[in-house]
Write a protein that binds this ligand. Structure first.
Ligand code: FES
Length: 280
């Protein structure tokens, strides 16, 4: 049983603003029934362009209903500029907190609001515009990056709690790890964790170090998710590899290759390493 606050229980048992506004100024729909959570948010503006009314329909657990209800209460009376700054943390705080495992409900609310505002502004914010990282839950790189940035996430488990990505077959874990590392480095603005010192290498040393890094850092992580990789050739700074196992038919193979394999080799071998896939 989840340890919900009194406010979460209240918004679950007595949800505010349930329904759908007719001829809304903006609407946003996120999630999917197949993934267990879905939310449709509609809003209407007044003559001063403030949110006069907001309603929601949701399919999900107690915290999804409470988060949606809280969201509609929070944004009423706001301008769209103000509403655009509402974060999932604001929704969780309004409710007196949510169990970390349920934070994805607050993220779903913030996403629905973002889509609804974009809809009002005539902008398209479609999933197809972004790379799907987690196929089990249809979560894109954009959603993961945003959740990491806004909530200072550090582990795959936390990303799963906040976005659901990684909560199924686990094949996307290396990609999520690579995204966490990339975003963390960006946040640190260059003050990242200490990296191995890179010396000028002879060709033989470079080949050895590439093989070692593949064997120690990269291949075990891919194997843990049913994938694998063979080193095919090395020419100067170019490393040619063939993806095997589940990686070979993964629709996000390019992300694995660039954001994980190439990033790791750059970290341990040299900043100029380029990884290319060959079918062999
Ligand atoms: S692809 Fe992400 S959990 Fe299956």
């Amino acid at each position: 049983m989840w340890d919900y606050t009194e406010k979460v229980k209240d918004h679950f048992l007595n949800p505010r603003n349930v329904g759908e506004i007719e001829a809304p100024d903006g609407f946003g729909e996120v999630g999917s029934l197949a993934c267990g959570d879905a939310l449709r948010l509609t809003f209407k503006l007044d003559e001063k362009k403030r949110i006069k009314d907001a309603k929601f329909k949701t399919f999900g657990c107690a915290s999804a209903i409470a988060s949606s209800s809280a969201l509609t209460e929070i944004i009423k009376g706001m301008t769209l500029e103000e509403a655009g700054k509402v974060t999932n943390q604001d929704i969780a705080e309004y409710l007196g907190g949510l169990p970390e495992e349920k934070m994805h409900c607050s993220v779903m609310g913030r996403e629905a609001l973002e889509v609804a505002i974009s809809n009002y502004r005539g902008q398209k914010l479609e999933k197809e515009d972004f790379e799907v990282v987690c196929n089990c839950f249809g979560v894109t790189d954009r959603e993961i990056i945003k959740a990491i940035r806004e909530n200072h996430l550090k582990t795959v488990e936390q990303v799963t709690y906040y976005t659901k990505a990684g909560g199924g077959c686990g094949q996307c874990h290396p990609k999520i790890e690579a995204i966490i590392e990339k975003v963390s480095n960006e946040i640190d603005k260059g003050v990242s964790r200490p990296k191995p010192e890179k010396k000028k290498l002879t060709n033989i040393q470079k080949i050895k170090l590439i093989e070692e890094t593949l064997g120690r850092e990269i291949i075990p992580a891919l194997k843990a998710d049913g994938g694998d990789l063979d080193l095919i050739d090395i020419e100067g700074n170019k490393v040619y590899v063939a993806l095997r196992g589940s990686c070979s038919f993964c629709p996000s193979a390019e992300i694995t290759l660039k954001q994980y394999v190439e990033a790791k080799l750059r970290e341990f071998v040299g900043d100029d390493i380029v990884v290319e896939e060959v079918r062999a």
